[in-house]
Design a protein around this ligand. Structure first.
Ligand code: C5P
Length: 298
């Protein structure tokens, strides 16, 4: 069962602790258009967000220092120092604001790392939202988006965490309200391999098979694809097993890889089908990470 994370993001507890959910990002389709001069790739991607994710809490610290404590199922081996995107986001915001107040942050890491569902990007965006609230900062949207992009290509889209058509290297955002998408049950499966996004892009062959349009869910299912799937499967063949498991699940509407992998998602019309698929796959693949969730409302 999944937590009702949608209810939590603006929670404030008695001791002044703020909470933000770093919602998992899923690329319902990801079309790579071209390699750019700067080495990044021009993309067209339909981003949706799950109702669940990492959980960031924070409160003011009198010391003026920013500290990060990481807990949860995927905390192991994560750097909680300056290399962490949460710390980088905090530092970038502090510099922009000329802020001298500190913060004590705790991240509950529920999402697998380097897995194509934007865990690090969502954490960075959640940090910007949380510290903006904690420090009472009113930051013009273009400035916030610029800071977000400096942290990673997916961070601007994660700021709002709503369904968006994403272009450019990730900074050209257009809100989309696709009928039939909000609330769709979604199963996320990761076989336990980490993938370097940069390396998957390096493997991608330049192809051009037409523009991606967010006209309807049907069109996205039939005409959409993830161009990075073949490259990622070549690097980690187990991704093909994940897709095969998802595609043979009863009631599945679409199964595809998210981002640069290795997490794959499946959409279902009925949550009961998503639940049984999760149970069946877990029984066969005990080591895989599996989450049943729903697409957030646009
Ligand atoms: O922006 P971010 O740091 O998340 O990207 C990681 C790597 O993925 C980049 O260094 C780049 O090699 C690749 N990338 C890309 N085109 C994009 C996004 C990422 O080539 N639009």
């Amino acid at each position: 069962p999944h937590a009702d994370a949608n209810l939590l993001p603006n929670a404030i507890s008695d001791d002044g602790e703020l909470t933000e959910i770093a919602y998992a990002k899923v690329n319902l389709a990801l079309h790579v258009r071209a390699r750019r001069e700067d080495g990044y790739h021009a993309l067209e991607s339909l981003f949706v967000f799950a109702g669940d994710g990492d959980v960031l809490t924070g409160k003011a610290a009198d010391s003026g220092a920013i500290t990060l404590n990481i807990e949860g199922p995927f905390a192991d081996g994560l750097d909680s120092g300056g290399g962490n995107l949460v710390m980088k986001a905090a530092q970038a915001l502090r510099e922009y604001l000329g802020e001298s107040r500190g913060a004590a942050l705790t991240l509950v890491k529920n999402l697998p790392v380097a897995s194509g569902i934007g865990g690090g990007s969502a954490d960075a965006a959640a940090t910007l939202r949380l510290l903006g609230r904690l420090w009472n900062a009113h930051i013009p949207a273009p400035d916030l988006e610029r800071i977000a992009l400096s942290l990673g290509s997916d961070v601007p889209a994660c700021l709002a965490s709503v369904t968006q058509m994403v272009r450019g290297r990730g900074e050209v955002l257009e809100d989309v309200d696709l009928p039939g998408l909000a609330g769709t049950p979604m199963l996320l499966v990761n076989p336990g391999v980490g993938i370097s996004t940069a390396r998957v892009f390096q493997r991608w062959d330049q192809v051009d098979r037409g523009a991606l349009a967010a006209e309807s869910l049907e069109r996205l299912i039939d005409g959409g694809r993830n161009d990075l799937e073949p490259a990622a499967v070549a690097m980690e063949p187990v991704i093909a097993d994940v897709l095969a498991e998802l595609r043979q699940s009863p009631g599945v509407r679409l199964a595809r890889m998210s981002g640069s992998g290795a997490t794959c998602f499946a959409l279902f019309d009925d949550e009961a089908d998503a639940d049984s698929a999760a149970i069946d796959i877990k029984a066969r693949q005990a080591g895989w990470w599996i989450m049943v969730t729903r697409i957030r409302a646009a």
